[in-house]
Design a protein around this ligand. Structure first.
Ligand SMILES: [Zn+2]
Length: 307
């Protein structure tokens, strides 16, 4: 991403850009649950779509455990509809539901999850992924680390010609994902990059408000307004209707961490990520340009042998 600037020894700031500098590039955001993208990366996704990216949303679980009704079936349906709406408000082109059971992703075949992601990364020609940090401390939810570890393995295996040769026979060619943005989900998880989302904060609020079945926002503001009215109280910020109340609640209480991170770098709002770019995949690798440079500087013509 550009333009980049270092504001501390290790953190790169992605500042606001204009135009469509990333037209032709493709990203996939891979979440376990309906509330993950809204909370952790909605601003950065809205930004990259605005700057030209084509984006796909991949959801790994069926969200059967998190919703306001006792019915498991209705819970799945409400979450699915809200993820469709999330995709609409942020501008994703398509949603893929993998449908693994909520909270139980560690019972699913790691190889199958990885294979499905390899197929999608190849078929969609994904350049950039957003997901959980596969090795982030403090992660309690198996759906999160199982998803992230599958993404991490799939992103390089997708580029290997001998993995799943049937894809190649069907015209789905090897394709390596070059950039990973691991969002910060738990206190203390590392970040080496912050994205200025100040211009996209209304879209982040849209994304948080769509998510009514679970998550910290959704309909919480309107419920608070109703509760206060029962107690004979009101907060002027919550306004006179549910939509105003929901958005105001998000603005007041759900953006604090992103404001704090932003202020550290002179921005109104920022989302933090642990970024891994191309060429940083393993220690001890050989950079082909180093080899060529060495040849250019040191190679000598072979003298014809005298007879
Ligand atoms: Zn989650």
């Amino acid at each position: 991403m550009n333009p980049e600037s270092k504001t501390s020894p290790d953190v790169v700031v992605e500042r606001q850009e204009t135009g469509k500098p990333y037209a032709g590039k493709v990203l996939a955001a891979i979440q376990s649950h309906a509330d993950d993208i809204p909370i952790f990366c909605a601003g950065a996704i809205a930004r990259l779509i605005d700057l030209g990216y084509t984006a796909y949303l991949i959801q790994t679980t069926n969200d059967e455990k998190c919703g306001p009704t006792a019915s498991v079936g209705e819970t799945i349906l409400q979450n699915e509809r809200e993820v469709d709406e999330l995709a609409r408000v942020l501008g994703f082109r398509q949603v893929f539901y993998l449908g693994y059971r909520n909270h139980l992703m560690d019972e699913a075949s790691a190889v199958e999850i990885r294979a499905r992601l390899i197929f999608l990364f190849r078929a969609l020609k994904v350049d950039t992924v957003f997901t959980f940090n596969p090795w982030g401390h403090g992660e309690e939810n198996p759906d999160h680390y199982v998803t992230a570890q599958a993404v991490e393995a799939a992103r390089w295996m997708a580029g290997m010609g001998k993995d799943y040769p049937e894809h190649i026979a069907a015209g789905i060619m090897p394709h390596t994902v070059r950039e990973q943005y691991y969002w910060v989900a738990r206190p203390g998880q590392p970040y080496n990059r912050v994205v200025d989302i100040s211009a996209y904060i209304e879209q982040k609020i849209d994304a948080l408000c769509v998510n009514r079945a679970q998550g910290p926002a959704g309909a919480t503001g309107s419920r608070l307004r109703t509760r206060l009215a029962r107690e004979g109280l009101w907060l002027p910020e919550l306004g006179d209707d549910d939509e105003t109340a929901d958005r105001a609640y998000v603005r007041l209480f759900c953006l604090k961490d992103f404001e704090t991170v932003g202020q550290r770098y002179g921005l109104a709002f920022a989302e933090p990520f642990y970024y891994v770019g191309s060429g940083a995949t393993f220690i001890g690798g050989v950079d082909a340009s180093d080899v060529q440079r060495y040849i250019d500087e040191h190679a000598e013509p072979i003298e014809p042998k005298s007879v």
